[in-house]
Design a protein around this ligand. Structure first.
Ligand SMILES: NC(=O)c1ccc[n+]([C@@H]2O[C@H](COP(=O)([O-])OP(=O)(O)OC[C@H]3O[C@@H](n4cnc5c(N)ncnc54)[C@H](O)[C@@H]3O)[C@@H](O)[C@H]2O)c1
Length: 350
């Protein structure tokens, strides 16, 4: 059995908690949150008795083998390092940290302690990703040289900590871009990034004046605080000549929301989101092939189940972790370079 605690019991923690509760090899028995009201409410809801207002106190619990860190981005690195040093395995929500320096400190702690650290790159665990990866690993796409991703919300600044740079590290780039850049990079075979050119815009604000459309809001919603970008775009170049083009927004004068992830190889291309589709050519004819599976779209709940199952197996059986700290560091380097490039108005070399 793996004895688990969850640190930060706000919105996303539900996906961790419910999967741990259903896992036959897990005993979930501790929660931590510095919002005591929320901590008690979640403790009651899930029947968890060991409740801590401070993560240091939870980490002193000798019965815990592993923790999920579902706090704001500003505490990911600090809590991950403390947890590793306390001898716990760690599943940390994306992004690994707010800065490259923090990410490297987490990497050092992983190497020092030998504990498992998995980054919450949930898209890597979706059924459609796994199927496409099988095609890629068998050479069906050939050399992948281009990827294009858009994660555009026309109205979707969650407010609260998401739009407070001190707690988030940035806006849609670090919140949404992290997911789509990671999935492209992962499927492309994790080529070495060499340069990044990016732009960020802070033109529209949070647009909380729009009252006739609903959108996702942080647990502690506060539209007043907003010092993050509302749009970011970038081109990322790799040592093997491949490139990724990406744009992400919290708010934009767009007709509708859009999530599109596409990768292109010499033998075939693929739409990863919104629905898995493989495009190739045979006998002088172009084929659009739709894999026949239960869910060609990103099935969030199922992807979280697979993510948690993977973490538990890595902790209990020593299985190789597919979302390691090294990958978390590399993604932080790319994100940081986009912000740096946008700030300086120049391409950044990594
Ligand atoms: N994988 C995904 O698709 C996905 C989706 C949403 C959010 N996230 C990530 O999950 C994390 C949490 O996001 P959320 O939407 O659940 O936020 P949230 O505000 O709803 O929940 C975070 C909780 O952590 C608590 N907290 C913050 N700092 C703490 C600390 N130092 N010690 C103890 N408690 C602390 C807060 O009080 C809050 O209850 C973020 O890093 C976010 O990027 C991931």
């Amino acid at each position: 059995m793996l004895n688990v605690g969850v640190i930060g019991v706000g919105s996303i923690s539900r996906h961790h908690i419910e999967q741990y509760l259903h896992h036959k090899n897990v005993h979930l028995h501790a929660f931590c949150d510095h919002n005591i009201e929320r901590l008690q409410e979640k403790g009651e809801l899930y029947n968890i008795e060991q409740l801590y207002g401070e993560y240091h106190d939870l980490l002193k619990n000798k019965n815990l083998d592993a923790v999920s860190i579902c706090t704001w981005n500003n505490s990911h690195a600090e809590i991950a390092i403390a947890a590793l040093e306390a001898g716990k395995h760690v599943l940390v929500e994306k992004p690994l940290s707010m800065t490259v320096e923090e990410a490297l400190a987490v990497k050092e702690a992983v190497h020092k302690t030998g504990k498992v650290l998995q980054v919450g790159f949930v898209r890597r665990h979706s059924e459609s990703t796994k199927i496409l990866k099988e095609f890629i690993d068998n050479g069906d796409l050939g050399d992948i040289y281009y990827a294009k991703a858009s994660y555009l919300r026309r109205l979707g600044n969650p407010g609260g900590w998401f739009s407070d740079k001190k707690k988030s590290g940035g806006g849609p780039l670090i919140d949404l871009g992290v997911h789509v850049i990671d999935i492209c990079w992962y499927l492309m075979g994790k080529p070495k990034p060499v340069s990044v050119s990016g732009n960020t815009y802070h033109r529209l604000g949070n647009r909380s004046n729009i009252e006739n459309l609903s959108f996702y809001k942080a647990a502690d919603y506060n539209p007043e605080l907003n010092d993050v970008e509302d749009l970011a775009n970038a081109i990322i170049r790799f040592e093997n000549g491949a490139s990724i083009m990406v744009d992400v927004s919290f708010t934009l004068h767009a007709k509708e929301n859009e999530v599109n992830v596409k990768i292109y190889g010499e033998k075939a291309g693929a739409e990863v989101e919104p629905e898995l589709l493989i495009t190739s050519e045979k006998h002088n004819t172009i084929l659009n092939v739709s894999p026949q599976i239960d869910n060609r779209s990103l099935h969030f709940k199922k992807a979280f189940k697979e993510e948690i199952d993977h973490f538990v197996t890595c902790c209990l059986d020593g299985k190789e972790n597919i979302a390691s700290v090294d990958d978390g560091v590399q993604i932080m380097k790319i994100l940081n370079a986009v912000y740096q490039s946008a700030k300086n108005g120049k391409e950044v070399y990594l």
